[in-house]
Structure formats: C-alpha cells, structure tokens
Ligand binder design. Structure first.
Ligand code: ADP
Length: 248
C-alpha cells in the first residue's frame, strides 16, 4: 500500500552567499506520525525548518503539502491550509490571563477581532471552547493567572494551546523542550503525545532521549544533507550517524 505522505520535499536546497546550508533534502513525513529532524550543530535543521515554514525561500527544490505545491506559498496561506508552526511565532500576551490568551487565539482563527457585536450565546460557546483547550493542555488550575506568571514549561503548554486554537492538521515544533527541566519535559512530552492522536507533528529536537521515546520517525541531517532516516533504534545504530555526532 502506498504511504500516506502529508508533507514532502524534493531536492530542497538553501544557499547563503554560496554556502549550502541545506543541500538536496528529500523529506517525507507520514500522516499521523511524530517525525523528528535531528543532527549535530550546524547540520541545517533550523534552516530546513525555516524553509518548511516559509520563513526562508529555498534556492532550489519543492515543498508539497497534502498534494499541493506550497513552495511559493506565503506563511499565512499555509497556516490556512492547516500547516502551523508553534512557539516562535505564536504570540502569547504576558499581561493577559491564560484563558484570555486562548480566547484571543480562537477569535483570530474565526477572523473576528471585536466582542461588542457578539451575541451572548456566541460568547458562551467561545468561552467553553477556550476552557476546553486550557484543560487539554493541563492549565485549568492556572487559567486566571497572567501568562507572564507561568513557569517556562507551562508557558510553552499555553503556546501549544494557542496554536491548537487554529485547529492545525500538522504542527511544526521548533525544539519544544529547549531550556526545560525534567518535570516540564515530561509534561510537554505527554501533551505532544496527546495532541498527536489527531495530528501530524514534525519537530526539531536536540534532546535525544525525548526523540527516542516520543518520535516514530527520525530524519538525521548532517552538513545540510539527509544522513539517515528510520526509527530511533535504526538511526542510532547507523555508523554514519554515530560518526556525525562524535565528529561534531
Ligand atoms: P542547525 O539548526 O542544525 O544547528 P542551521 O540550519 O542553523 O543548523 O545552520 C546550518 C549552517 O548554515 C551553519 O553552518 C550555519 O552557520 C549556516 N547558516 C545558517 N543561517 C545562515 C545565514 N542566515 N547566513 C549564513 N549562513 C547561515
């Protein structure tokens, strides 16, 4: 049976003043998977991620999402298609409460910015939706707290909630565990697993133990190229991968 691929790239290449940071990357992300992009420092992970989320334009190559060529599509358009990047662009307003942040994100998705014309009933349904999302990311006890008062890990959980408010089909997470302690890592890991039940996730992650326990598919980059691809057990035994990590 043919694989169900939600996102793929062919020959994806990015050059900076002649230096090839990403070089001919063919990536295939299966629908419903938690796919990790790993590799030593300077491997091209961030550049690759920025190409996928349209923060950068490729020098060559194509990006296809759900059968549609999105290589020249704008970030807002790909978000509308269901491919959404979390963390670096998800705006969280520190002075507003957790719940208000989620409500604003929900309103943004619906495309309306003012409350004054809303009916009581619509306001209530928005409120219920916000409560449900806050609950889904485990922040109910903190819902009235301002976002700025949350711990680092809980702030990231809030960012996931504001991203989920856009109802993405596929989530791109840039180092979701960066700078976190064990407890926060466990919490975010559980959250990602829960979120992945209905969505595809592609993440860049440095923490290999997180990748090992969470991700079902791994692409290893080194010097801008795909070095290996497979499950964690497979790629971690690959001598080229071991060499790339040791040699870095
Ligand atoms: P990783 O995320 O895997 O650490 P990066 O994608 O950040 O790797 O970087 C890959 C290579 O591209 C590095 O050698 C880096 O110095 C280079 N690079 C990244 N961004 C730029 C840029 N804007 N201009 C020039 N070189 C860059």
């Amino acid at each position: 049976m043919a694989e169900d691929i939600i996102l793929s790239t062919a020959g994806l290449t990015k050059e900076f003043a002649g230096f090839r940071a990403v070089s001919g990357v063919d990536l295939k992300v299966r629908r419903g998977s938690i796919h990790a992009l790993i590799g030593p420092n300077g491997a091209g992970k961030t550049t690759c991620f920025n190409l996928l989320t349209k923060f950068l334009a490729p020098t060559r190559g194509t990006i296809v999402y759900n059968g549609r060529d999105i290589t020249r599509e704008k970030p807002a358009e790909i978000a509308r298609l269901g491919l959404v990047r979390s963390f670096q662009i998800s705006a969280v307003f520190p002075q507003l409460s957790v719940k208000t942040n989620v409500r604003i994100a929900l309103q943004r998705k619906r495309g309306d910015s003012f409350d004054f014309w809303r009916s009581e009933r619509r306001l209530k349904s928005l409120d219920a939706e916000a409560e449900a999302l806050v609950e889904a990311v485990g922040l109910t006890p903190f819902r009235e707290l301002s976002a700025g008062e949350l711990s680092y890990g809980r702030k990231r959980a809030l960012e996931i909630a504001t991203t989920l408010a856009l109802d993405p089909e596929m989530l791109l997470l840039d180092e979701p565990m960066a700078g976190m302690g064990r407890e926060d890592i466990d919490r975010i890991e559980t959250l990602i697993r829960k979120v992945s039940a209905q969505r595809t996730i592609l993440m860049v992650e440095h923490n290999l133990s997180v990748v090992a326990s969470l991700c079902d598919r791994i692409t290893v980059l080194a010097r801008g190229q795909v070095l290996a691809e497979g499950d964690y057990a497979g790629v971690s035994k690959d001598p080229r991968v071991v060499e790339a990590y040791i040699g870095s």
